[in-house]
Design a protein around this ligand. Sequence first.
Ligand code: ADP
Length: 462
Amino acid sequence: MGKSLRSQISLYIMTIVLAVVAFVSFLANAAVNRQFEEYMINQERGQREKIVNDLENLYNGMTRSWDLEYIHAIGMYSLYDGYVLTIYDSAGKVIWDAASHDMALCKQIMSDITERMSQRNKNGFTTYSYNLMQGDRKVGTASIQAYGPYFLKENEFQFINDLSEVLLLIGLLSCAVSIFAGTILAHRIARPITKTAEIAQQISNGDYNIRLENETNTRELNMLLSSMNHMANSLSRQEQYRKQLTADVAHELRTPLAALRSHLEAMSEGLWEPTAERLNGCVEEVKRLSSLVVDLDGLAKLEQENFRLKKIEANLLEIVENVCGNFEKEADNKNISILVDGVSSNILVDRDRIVQVITNLLSNAIKYTPEGGKINVWIKDDIDRGVVMIEDNGIGISQKDLPYIFERFYRTDQSRNRKTGGAGIGLTIARSIVEAHKGKITVESNEGGSKFTVVLPKREEE
Ligand code: ADP
């Protein structure tokens, strides 16, 4: 089955957003840490230099002595700030030493700082030595032990920890927002697709009347929706066509088969003499059935998707004359005259198919024209098209029937009653062939007869 589109899109969006958040956080954190450390190292150096400066101010150049009371104060302040001082005079003798002054306090402060800083770096305490100067003269030395290269005081440490927590919270919050936004976005993208998939499923189950109505604001999705609707429409039409065809064929087969069956049964049971006339009647019905099958077969071929015309250069006048020649005997039997007139017209067509069109039209003209009638055929040659007109003075077609006579299985009431007609496929086949040639077939008719006009383009349009 696979994962749903929605969960996949959500997963992709979340993965991307989380990766971006993690990457940006990592970079930001690294950059901020570097800046912060640089700043702290400078601060730290400044602090030590300030202590040294303060100490230098405590030397009295006149009396060449140190103000021990203030040195003690600076030493103690510095100690509380995390700096362990040892101060020597110019002869190298210890003047003030934090460790020997309050060893326990020193150890306590140093271990506090070490413990606090061990979470950031494990560098440990370093001893920095400074010369104490009075002008150009060295008056002593100060050794400052401090956690290097920088360390954080209790409140600074607390501030940094709070800041980290806030940043972590922001990170978690942006993850939550991105998951939420990702889910909503995935839902919005996936919903019309999911709906389309459901509809496609329904269509594939045979429900062709279903249509998608929701217009989205995504062009590709709209294209998909309208293609689906188009497909459903065309399937619905095909389905209707198929049902209609089946019903029509069944209808057309039923009558001759029923007649055949009852006649043959009557003869085989001895109720009817099998006279030549009766047997001929049966043969006629079988012929009608065979021609129906041939017509249906022809129509099926024309309606196939991959139907291709085999076009060759042909002369329309010659085709028409040939077909008329084939009908000579039939026309003679009904004492119908066929007159062909017109000019040569060279044209690129599927010769056999066009022969079939003229055959169907001429056969109808003879069929629906009473004895002693007249059929006129003209061939015209225009610049870019050939035209054939077949006119008879037969029974004509009523105005109400005219729009439908090219429909499959359509027959006018007169032709049904007269038992002359075929199954009503001849004109459908003729129209399919002409349209496959990108041509046009039209009819005009009144009580005085009918006129069919076939217009065929001479060359295929570019
Ligand atoms: P059919 O096999 O019944 O002739 P067609 O498709 O060729 O079927 O014709 C359809 C119907 O159109 C015919 O049944 C007939 O009623 C009418 N028709 C066709 N051609 C003519 C014509 N020349 N004169 C009068 N009616 C015609």
